[in-house]
Design a protein around this ligand. Structure first.
Ligand code: SAM
Length: 213
């Protein structure tokens, strides 16, 4: 994500606590109280400018969504979309996904979306990939039994790595697509990166990985 410096971003995020959760630790173990219902919670790590999470929330009012993004200058664009749509079932968290255990107890989350995560292609950066085994352990610690990761990427290397990492961890792989936009998958919601890369003719890879507890 190319960063345009927005020194005012953090101040703006603080002005909208109804959309940008200021105190995620407080809701650990009872996120349903924050949303005011008992619907399942789906989170996206690296939500970027928020197109996916805001459109998913519109299409699925029966699900609560939380978009997690560490860059204030980026998540502020996601906030603009939430302000415009003003939906009760989607919120944002300006935080590092590596800290998920501080925010969620076991079972708080039913699904994790990883969309166009940074590929970190160098071997010495493997541990930073969001599908490295320590992240898979982290996700297991917050997901409900049978919880799932849904991954999309344009990066063949990250995709192949992730399939292997999921498989070695013992996850069940489902609905693998090597060319999502030319597959029979219905209900795809595009992200900003997906739109950009597919317009350039890149194919999009997708898979689902399920924890078998
Ligand atoms: N998902 C969006 C899309 O598809 O348009 C954005 C993709 S962009 C390549 C990756 C995003 O993930 C960046 O905005 C980056 O700041 C964010 N990110 C990377 N690692 C993260 C982490 N550990 N926690 C939260 N956000 C992260």
């Amino acid at each position: 994500m190319r960063l345009r410096n927005k020194p005012w971003a953090e101040e703006k995020l603080k002005k909208y606590p109804q959309f940008v959760v200021p105190d995620p630790e407080k809701w650990r173990g009872h996120w349903q109280a924050l949303f005011g219902n008992s619907n399942p919670l789906h989170i996206e790590i690296g939500t970027g400018k928020g197109r996916f999470i805001s459109e998913m929330a519109e299409q699925h009012p029966e699900i609560n969504f939380l978009g997690i993004e560490k860059q204030p200058s980026v998540i502020v664009s996601a906030l603009d979309k939430l302000i415009e749509k003003n939906r009760p079932n989607v919120k944002l968290l300006n935080a590092d996904g590596a800290k998920l255990r501080e925010f969620f107890a076991k079972g708080d989350v039913e699904r994790i979306y990883l969309n166009f995560s940074d590929p970190w292609p160098k071997k010495r950066h493997e541990k930073r990939r969001l599908t490295y085994r320590t992240f898979l352990q982290l996700y297991e610690d917050i997901l409900a039994d049978g919880g799932e990761i849904h991954l999309k990427t344009d990066n063949q290397g990250l995709f192949e790595y992730s399939l292997q990492s999921f498989s070695e961890y013992g996850l069940l792989l489902k609905n693998i697509s090597l060319d999502l936009h030319r597959s029979d998958f219905s209900g795809n919601v595009m992200t900003e990166y997906e739109e950009k890369f597919s317009a350039q003719g890149q194919r999009i890879y997708r898979c689902e990985a399920k924890y078998l507890n």
